[in-house]
Every structure is written in structure tokens, then in C-alpha cells.
Design a protein around this ligand. Sequence first.
Ligand code: SF4
Length: 359
Amino acid sequence: MEITEKTAVQAQPYAYDYTLEEWQEWIAANGEPGFRAGQIFEWLYVKRVTGFDEMTNLPKTLRDKLAQEFDFVTLTEVAKYESKDGTVKFLFELSDKNAIETVIMKHNYGNSVCVTTQVGCRVGCTFCASTLTGLKRNLTPGEIIAQVVKAQQLLDATGERVSSIVIMGIGEPFENYEAMMTFLKVMIHPKGLNIGQRHITVSTSGIVPNIYRFAEEQTQINLAISIHAPNDKLRSKLMPVNRRFPFADLIEACQYYVAKTGRRITFEYALMGGVNDQPEHAEELAQVLKSFPMAHVNLIPVNYVSERNYVRTSRDDIFTFQRILEQNQVNATIRREQGSDIAAACGQLRAKHMESGAR
Ligand code: SF4
């Protein structure tokens, strides 16, 4: 099935849009010595400058050429919310005035950043605020990268670093696949932000062709599948994407991924009161996932979505669901809630912002 990737409106590339290899090509095409590419990359990701003028070991002529041909991504902070648990959520405005969300989460093992990959989303999951107004456009690689650089710049003040990344913000990353891969290449590059591959997780709603594609990429990056239902019928109700890529095809793609990569998949399961959280759902899910030797289910008690009227699963039902999975040898954890006091769930801040007439 065809996957369309709407191109972003962009006059010229952003400095963050290029991998090191692409910088090497650009440098060669411009007749500059090869080592300049590494210098530019270091200024961008190690020294984290915000303008070409600051790249003081580059000749002035090269700095001028860079400034003529590239822009820096501007992420204008529209709002910043800090939770009692240390979670910080940002609403940023892009140069075209579209708004995106980025979250920094504090864990005992380090700081994690949750990035947005699209302005809005067309996938239409019924429990998600990000999709309420559809997809506006894809982010460029640089606009995704800028979110992590910005987070790192903020953490620089306290000598901390971004130690992990989750691609679980607004958007379906597998519908902006090329940009996502460029983002990942820059994130994991030893001369870039040097984030360990196993500390990065990409989450998809189940864009089947790109699960096969990702299996061929030979990375150590974690894959999470938003499954949210144990069968085709219920999943189609909750996630319209299931009508494009049916449940059986999704499971087959996941089995291929595991066989090809030898890596486990995390299955995300958002529990919605009375909808998909009953013991029979847990039993059915366990039967589906039993065929995965290392399957791991991450249970997410869903936040109340006013537009959808979903309610929270009770504490007892959450634990019952988990117990049934584990009794069937399917490993399951319950996601620790972060930032619930600041509407940190995907798309909630942007939705509120748009209600006030913004984009
Ligand atoms: S949950 Fe993710 S894929 Fe589904 S609508 Fe929201 S942003 Fe899109």
C-alpha cells in the first residue's frame, strides 16, 4: 500500500537537516577541504551553537556561504509547563507558526526526550488528541533534531545530558520515514549527539510496509508497536489505521522483524475503561503475543480524552490485566505516569493552543 509523505514548506535546508555524510558531500561540492564537514558537525552537535558566525574555526567565506544556503531551525517557546515529577513539556512554534510539543522526562536513569515528527497526524487513533485536526505537514529532519538539541541546551545549564529518546510525540514517524531515519543517524553518530542506539525507541501505530523496511536497517534501535487491542475488529474501532493494515498483517510484520533482527518488540497497550481492558481482552492478547519469545507489553492507563469520552481503567483492573498476561508468559509492565498534572499526553497542549485560534 502506498505511503504518502507530505513535504514540508521550506525555502532552504536547515543546518540540522544533514547527516555527516551529507555534509561531506556538500563540502566536497563546494571545493572545501574534507575536514570542514566534521568541524561543522561538531559546532552543531557538540558545541551546539545557534548561528554560523559562532563557527570561529571556519573561514569567513565559508561561514557566509553556509548562512546563505542554510537556516537554523527556530523553535519559539510558546509555553513551558513543569510537572511536580520533573517532567517539562514545551509547546514550540515553528517558523511557519505551526505548533509542536516536546517533552523532557526525568528518570532515575537519566533524561529522556519525547519528540514530535509531524504537525498533527492523520492516523486517527480515537484516544489521541494529536489527530483531532488531521495532518498539516511532516517535520523536516532538522525540525525533529532541533527538539533534542534544544532539550540538550537546556540541560547544559545543569551539566546534564539527554540520555534517551522516544519518538512518541505528535505524529506517526513511519509516515515521515526518511526524515525519521536522518534524525536517527544524527542522534546516534559518535560525532553527533552520540545517544546509544539501545536508548532510542521509535513507536509506530502499525504502518506495515515500513516495519519491513525498518527491519532491514540493521540498527539496535528499539521498536514499539501501538497495538491497543487484541483482535482485528476492536482494533479497527480504536485505530482506523487497522483498516489500512489489518491486525494479521501487522502481527506477521512484527514476526518478520523479530526473526530478522533478533530484537524484541514492545507492544504498547492503552487501557480504556470498559473498552479494551477486560480479562477476556487480556487472555486474547496473551494468545496473540505468545508466539513472540521476548514480547513485552507496556500497559498505559489512558488519560481522559474529553472529545472521546474514554475513562480510566480502575487500578484493580489494570493489575488483573497485567496478571493475566504474565500468567501466560507474556511480560507486562505498567507505564509510570509522568506529567499528568500538566496535560503531558500527546497533543493535549497543542489542541488547547489551537482552540485559542493558533495553528
Ligand atoms: S497515537 Fe500517534 S499515531 Fe495515533 S493519532 Fe496519535 S499521534 Fe497519530
